[in-house]
Design a protein around this ligand. Sequence first.
Ligand SMILES: Nc1ncnc2c1ncn2[C@@H]1O[C@H](COP(=O)(O)OP(=O)(O)OP(=O)(O)O)[C@@H](O)[C@H]1O
Length: 577
Amino acid sequence: MKTVFQFLKPYRRLCVFTILAMLLDVAGGLLVPRLTADMINIGVKTGNMEYIIEKGIAMLAVTILAGAGALIGSWLCADLSAKLGRDMRNAVYEKSLTFSEHDFSRFGTGSMITRTLNDINIIQQSVVWCIQMVLPVPAVCVMGVAMAFAVDTMMGFLLIGVTVLIIVLALVVTRRASQIFGRLQQLLDRMNVVLRENLTGVRVIRAFRKEKDEEKRMRKSFEDYAETSISANLLFAGLESTAFFVINICIVAILWLGGDRIGAGYMEIGDITALTEYSILILFYIIMAQMVIILLPRARVCIRRIQEVLETEPEICDRMKSAGEISPSAYAEDIVVKFDHVSFRFPDADEYALSDLDFICRRGETTAVIGGTGCGKSTLARLILRFYDVTDGEVAVNGMDVRDMTQNELRSQISYVPQKAWLFSGTIADNLRYGNEEASEEEMRRILSVAQADFVSGLANGLDAHVAQGGTNYSGGQKQRLSIARALMKKADLYIFDDSFSALDFKTDAALRKALKQEISDAAVLIIAQRINTILNADQIIVLDEGRIAGIGKHEELMEKCSIYREIAKSQMKGGV
Ligand SMILES: Nc1ncnc2c1ncn2[C@@H]1O[C@H](COP(=O)(O)OP(=O)(O)OP(=O)(O)O)[C@@H](O)[C@H]1O
């Protein structure tokens, strides 16, 4: 609850006005039966038309006021809920931006989406319902019972008895509901994960003809969810029928006992109407509150899940040091990246993914990294970007340990093309402006030409051509070239291309590398590649083998000295390089 209160804090005044408006509605609801009773007891009994009209006008005024209270209360409540949802989603999203890959993998994409959308939705709903249906309950009970006591002590006690009975019933049911809704939320996460996997991997599923197996897996997750939902609904149904049964018994008791009390002269006939109305109102509010309270365990689970995200300490933090504490490593002006005996182990892994890497990348030079699959090439790039922190040693960019600057500062010096080309939905221009918001159309066209992405000018809308989610309306090679163009839009000291040329044909690959050399001649370039011909002319080639450097040098040197490089080269020659 602490989390919700924190988010409600800025809207304290809005909360107070909402509650006041709701109370106005409640007070009106309780006053009308009193006026009706007076109308019958005095007006009708004595045939005093003036009194009846006077009470009628009062009833109308009270009803209008109560209606206005209900209307304003609901409107303010909706406003509060929207603001609460917006703030929570922003907070969760902002937090997720600070997560390292490892932090993120602890939750998983499916669960993060459920938390941000569904969980916060449930929290919003619960807050609205609590304000509208739970908060007024004590006021309704106290005022209603007090008014019943004012009519007749015995009827007051009757109302207290029924109220307590329903509250006890609510507590018992709430306990049971807590377990069911906890499970329901987990099943929703599961459903989300399975659904995402099925939708994104639909082509693989078809290619392997696994439709039946996947259907079974999907059906199981849907069925589990449905079964648990049915248990929850049964609980609701049982509660609802029991509560209405109690209401009806209560009304029967009022009519039955009320008759005796009127006969004994303790009450008048109009009081029966008032008491029946009070009991219906009190019990109605309790039942509605009960329905909401049953849902609260679910909201509590959701709040806990949001809290988990918000309270996660990001593994990678900006631990700013004062200027005096920072001792820039002695470095030559032209050194952009320096790996100083770097070793790295993934947080959950037993073995080192990278061991004792020691090399530098210079401005104006191209450094290439090559090696077998899984030897740690992408991990090396991620360490430069500080997606992970080194386990031993130091990675420095422009002479400063990457841990001694903010991630923002660090990444502003680097432009990166990830292994998996990813485009955002929108237009090609939108994607390019990701690298430089101010870029002119002319600049974009020039960069597209450098990235060998001239195909854009042939598209019907050119730079404004539509890009589907993930860039699925472009081929692998087109996506790679657009990703490269986006990276080139950003002016940086270091350009990292993580296996970014793999989907290009040899001719385009060669033309792109030639154009790149001219375009970013004053920056350091790090190319991670699988194909030897992509890196043949690099100023320095690092050969990685199981996370260790097996050789560093130019192509000719490595062909002479490094057996692993020779093997890679030979295997590719055979393959037709
Ligand atoms: N998040 C992770 N947690 C644990 N181990 C990981 C993680 N990511 C990668 N690894 C492991 O680290 C090693 C290096 O992975 P990396 O992605 O750097 O290889 P790579 O050389 O880029 O491979 P490829 O050429 O196939 O892309 C692999 O053995 C991989 O299984």
